[in-house]
Design a protein around this ligand. Structure first.
Ligand SMILES: [Zn+2]
Ligand SMILES: [Zn+2]
Ligand SMILES: [Zn+2]
Length: 297
């Protein structure tokens, strides 16, 4: 037997236990069907695992009632407890078994939504696949997580590739009165970042939002380059801030260094942590090529 390829069978049961089911471990799904029939029959979407009908084994089959839900399909439910068990095409080799019959520890996620055009508006279809950066930001903005001592949000970094050490750092925060103002601040921020990247003395910016509070940490090679960049779109934004009723509170500042420490990179060959402040490219211990030296910020 190929024990490495055989996946353990999925074992499930209805609410009262009269009907049991064995499904192949490699059954497809979970698939979520949002069609009007499933809404009626399940009270919301139908979460199902899909397999060949011949590969699914039922126990207590005498308790299953098959109901012709459409000309092409029938639905099975437990006659004793009413649990919805499965859907199967009248002509066809497949069967869709309710994911609800299996233990809550089922190692599955929704991998596909079908019939979303018939989905009612009172719920969102389960998200499928890995989260994109855009979705992450949208989620962090829509539902920021608040703790007693910490607020969570998102951050982003835009860098120029400038390898020189910063001599000035701009630290700012700004609070929006509401979500609409926050979008307006973000639009300004995007325009500012475009200007910054065009300025040779710009090193990088880390910026983000926690709830309605935005922040920036921007590193510059010198103050002149910062002033040049801030003279562009940023000046327009400042005029809106002071000329209109826009933003709840704001603080800006520019810092110079008390101390700039060495920059360290781990040699991937020998594991030595190398001081690369002088931008040398080979490990001093084993002379292997070092990973590229990161920017100071
Ligand atoms: Zn039952
Ligand atoms: Zn359906
Ligand atoms: Zn080394």
């Amino acid at each position: 037997m190929g024990e490495s390829v055989t996946t353990a069978a999925l074992v499930g049961a209805c609410h009262c236990g009269a009907v049991g089911v064995h499904m192949p471990g490699e059954s497809a799904g979970v698939v979520a069907c949002h069609c009007a029939d499933c809404q009626k029959l399940h009270g919301n979407f139908f979460a199902m695992l899909v397999a060949d009908r011949a590969a699914v084994r039922w126990t207590g089959e005498e308790h299953i009632e098959w109901y012709r839900s459409s000309p092409a399909n029938e639905r099975g439910f437990c006659r004793r407890c009413g649990s919805r068990l499965a859907k199967r095409p009248v002509e066809g080799a497949k069967i869709m078994v309710s994911a609800g019959l299996f233990d809550a520890s089922l190692e599955r996620r929704v991998v596909k939504n079908v019939w979303t055009e018939q989905k009612p508006r009172w719920y969102d279809a389960p998200r499928v696949g890995p989260i994109s950066p855009e979705e992450f930001v949208a989620l962090a903005l829509a539902e920021p997580i608040r703790g007693p001592t910490a607020d969570y949000g998102y951050a982003m970094r835009a860098a120029s590739g400038n390898p020189r050490p910063p001599s000035v750092i701009a630290l700012t925060w700004i609070t929006a009165a509401d979500a609409g103002e926050r979008e307006r601040i973000r639009a300004h921020s995007r325009a500012n970042v475009k200007d910054f990247v065009d300025e040779p003395g710009f090193i990088s910016i880390v910026t983000g939002f926690t709830g309605l509070r935005g922040f920036t940490v921007t590193a510059w090679e010198d103050e002149d380059s910062m002033k040049r960049a801030l003279g562009k779109h940023h000046a327009t934004a400042m005029r809106e801030l002071f000329g209109e009723r826009f933003v709840a509170s704001v603080w800006t500042s520019v810092w110079s260094a008390t101390r700039v420490n060495r920059l360290w990179v781990r040699c991937t060959a020998c594991g030595s942590l190398e001081d690369v402040s002088d931008d040398h490219r080979n490990c001093a211990k084993c002379s292997a090529a070092l990973p590229p030296r990161p920017a100071y910020w």
